[in-house]
Design a protein around this ligand. Structure first.
Ligand code: C5P
Length: 240
């Protein structure tokens, strides 16, 4: 398992850009300055696996595609993604233990063959508040559900979770430090929060127990993306 992670390894840039050409241009600028390039559903749907292969020339990739389907389908779809040897892939923890187990089995087989991919489970989307969760049959507060899903994911063989920085500490305590926490909604000190609520700054996220910090627009929309990435890294290192 690729350990230990440097602070730079832990900085993930979300390449939420209009198309592959723009994303590759940004990746070439940020090469070596960030740990991972995150490809979401929009970019993957537009550009597909060939683009991911090209992007991988600039650095390791996190395929943030959040699969959620029957176990066989998810297991096979994850196997196809593993052909691209991404550093991280993810699925929804809400898919249940059999689905998580099918994804984990595929990833473990890939690693046995020399692959480097690790599997994260999405706990609760931060866009869902208690009222939205109740609509879908979940009672109680989102943080408790996130912890429950993190435990489920760990028992099913996942390597970590996607969660909010606010939940990272509790999940680390319950599941152990080697069960990774990847947290979005990070904003450097002084930056606009844009459309995000409850933002956390880079040092706060490190202190809260985040393993990987996802930052999008504060880097990709900056006048100087290289300098923005370096400043975020400096703030992460300032966590002490
Ligand atoms: O530009 P920004 O830093 O807000 O981008 C955040 C990235 O993290 C986006 O790719 C978004 O889809 C993702 N994300 C998020 N909030 C969540 C989960 C994922 O913003 N709760």
């Amino acid at each position: 398992m690729p350990q230990p992670l440097t602070m730079r390894d832990r900085l993930v840039v979300a390449l939420d850009l209009p198309g592959g050409r723009e994303a590759l241009a940004m990746a070439s600028r940020l090469q070596g300055r960030v740990g991972l390039f995150k490809v979401g559903l929009e970019l993957f749907s537009a550009e597909g696996p060939a683009f991911v292969r090209e992007l991988s020339r600039w650095g390791p990739v996190f395929l943030d595609l959040k699969f959620h389907d029957i176990p066989t389908t998810v297991g096979r779809a994850v196997e196809r993604l593993l052909d691209l040897d991404p550093r991280l892939v993810n699925v929804h923890a809400q898919g249940g233990s059999a689905m998580l187990g099918a994804a984990a089995e595929a990833v473990q087989k890939h690693r046995t063959g020399g692959g480097r991919t690790e599997l994260l489970a999405v706990t609760v989307l931060t866009s869902l508040d208690a009222a939205a969760l109740e609509e879908t049959g979940h009672q109680g507060d989102p943080a408790r559900l996130a912890l429950r899903l993190a435990r489920l994911a760990k028992n099913a063989g996942c390597d970590g979770v996607v969660c909010s920085a606010q939940e990272a500490g509790v999940i680390r305590e319950a599941c152990g430090d080697a069960f990774w926490r990847l947290t979005p909604v990070i904003r450097p000190l002084g930056a606009s929060s844009q459309d995000q609520a409850r933002v956390v700054d880079p040092a706060q996220a490190i202190r809260a127990g985040s393993t990987w910090l996802v930052v999008g627009r504060p880097i990709t929309h900056a006048a100087d993306p290289e300098a923005a990435a370096e400043e975020i890294l400096r703030q992460m290192e300032g966590a002490g």
